[in-house]
Design a protein around this ligand. Sequence first.
Ligand SMILES: [Zn+2]
Ligand SMILES: [Zn+2]
Length: 370
Amino acid sequence: MLDIESKVIENYEVLHQLPELGFAEQQTAAFLAAGLRQAGYKVTDQIGGTGVIGILTGSQTGPVVAIRADMDALAHCVAGQESAIHSCGHDANSAMVLTVAQAIAAKGISKGILKVIFQPAEETLGGAQEMIAAGAVTDVDMLLGIHLRPIEEARLGQATPALYHGASAIIEAEISGVAAHGARPHLGINVIDAAAAVVHAVNAIHVNPTVPASVKVTKLHAGGQALNAVPDRAELALDLRAQHNEIMDELTEKTKRAVVAAAATIGATAVTRIRGFVPAAEYDVDLINRAGEAIKEILGPEGLISGIHTPGGEDFHFYKQSKSGLKTCYIGLGADLTPGLHHPAMQFNIDALGYGVRILINLIDKSLVG
Ligand SMILES: [Zn+2]
Ligand SMILES: [Zn+2]
């Protein structure tokens, strides 16, 4: 029988020494693929770039349960030095999921299929879509995710069965006007006037206030060296957030319309482009309840905390969007994590990893064993 607590720390320590950026997780993927192969999984690597999938088949037919972990680190500049750091804890997520895979393989599953998905490039939000394009979830019935949470959201010994990420998107806008001499502005169309109109129009957008949502201009670039000339090109960027996908759709449509219409008020034209979209979380209620039971059984009733709503985005939710009927849930795991995710000095209590592994094993056992 595998010693879960020491195995997960051993896996974590290896992965922690291999921080690699999105789509460059070669050493990470090689370690994870080797670990799965050794445990008896049928492994395919280089999926969607550096992704790895392991498959363990039970003796009887049953559901396909998948666990997904992300593998990438973030680029940070510390004391003038650029480096990749696992400041979002994806080394922890991968270590937990690998250990779950190893522990379940050691005792075997009686039915169905366990599919272990190691996904590249979550931070740049391209990895999940690559895995989907490669068919990673076409046969999957249930998909589970897990991530460490900052101390404000959950303490060590606590976990939520439902971490509700919001939807987010960037809209880039390019405004075109007509250049002119500063002395003859009536012959031009000043894109700075258009951009100012856009800012006001966007700030006047309203959606249902019971759902957290926001849109704001995050970049404005216009004008150049010639301070005595009317500029004819401006670039804007807008950051959009919403906790529900329907509200995000509405916000996106209203923002695109506001940008184009506001620019048109002075005769300028605007073209918009959506970048970096991620959908909001949509989970299966039964699966959340089952995950809640698993958390209670491992951490005790006091360890189960209700759903956490976070404005951060996660590309995990593209899997659900890609396959209607796919049941998903995503566990937020307390780890006394400080000072916060994406901080280069992020640290957490390593005891959390054993809890995460045991919760996932319990949850998977409810579907694939017995
Ligand atoms: Zn992150
Ligand atoms: Zn993360």
